[in-house]
Ligand binder design. Sequence first.
Ligand SMILES: Cc1ncc(COP(=O)(O)O)c(C=O)c1O
Length: 422
Amino acid sequence: MNSSVGTTAETSSQRIIPAPCLGWSLVGAEEEQLVLEVLRSQALFRYYGPDPKSPPAMVATLEREFAALVGTRFALAVTSGTAALQVALGALGVGPGDEVIVPAWSWVSCFTAVVRVGARPVLAEVDQSLCLAPGEVARLAGPRTKAVLVVHFQGVAADLDAILAEAEAAGIAVLEDCAESPGALYKGRRVGSLGDIGIFSFQHHKTITSGEGGMVVTNDARRYERAVRMHDVGQFRPFHAAQIEPTETAFCGEQSRMSELTGAVALAQLRKVDRIRSHCRGLSLRLRTHLADLPGISLRPIPDPEGESGIETYFWVATPELRDAFRAELVAAKIPCDQMTGTYAQYNRAYVHSGLAHAPGATPFRPGPDWPDAAYRAESFPRTERLIHRFLVIPVGMKHTLADMDHIGAEVRRIHAQLQLG
Ligand SMILES: Cc1ncc(COP(=O)(O)O)c(C=O)c1O
């Protein structure tokens, strides 16, 4: 627990709860020092700089420390989490004619990245953990399915034992999307290290940030080589060849290399990830002690409670109307309760309704009068629909204290009594 977690003598009515803030709020001397190092070296590109005897080290160090933390053999830094998804899909060889199972409740890029590599996202139900529901891979995997994209939603690892077993039985690859859960664990292992390949994001809202940025991790040398080629217009430079002997035939890739400046910030942030996790987890555990016994409220089940990052606490009430009333009271009490995740259901998004990609031949869909077809309509996801209109979320961050959690807990209990939820 961070030393800033403590209690104060403020009374409930005085207390102002800060807006949630994660890695960006810790940007300070460490980031400054590493960025200055890069600027002073005048070596801004990761593969070479002005001095051939002293190759740039920031992105390389970030990759080495990232792989060591997550527990994978390889880590490859890229420009964003979205780029990381496309690089990972390319590394898995996913392309036109293939299908990828994607949770219906997930970020924009989880769908668009699959479309961008020419494959078809197949939407799957989530359970109350708000992660992919066990049973969905077995239900949806068919002859065209190449992979499942498992999102560890907002600091919580999905129920991986079940999902990994189903994926293995179906003969498909597992891509772990850890964009929202860096540092989280599942049964003692860091997320990103359990599937075939994993990705992370360092966008501003994420647990650790360099403004933009991402990472691909894997234990598989061939997939690493493909990821490197995918992110560097097909090339496999000597830096990577020093790690493994290339065996793949060259192919056309994209360009999503990380710069040394981004690498410097991401490296300083990476060194803070466990501090953020332990601070937020301590806060969320405290908040939940206030909520656990309230009738009419159910807390988000966490497949591995020991492993979560604790960045957000979700709870459900019986109806969307009660949720709206509860939320209005929380807002009136100045409790931050914004759904930072926005409207997440893929089947509600404009690109699904149009079925379009950037050019007619680039979409895996055939939009016509009956589009979207049943697999992309809300009524086909009753489990997800039953869940997503009734929850409230309380995010926590580095500026919150245990006393803030006690205050929020007391306010939730007051509103609960006022709305007669018991
Ligand atoms: C689950 C998930 N995957 C992928 C991404 C994409 O990351 P980025 O914004 O860095 O492209 C995000 C970011 O919001 C995300 O939440």
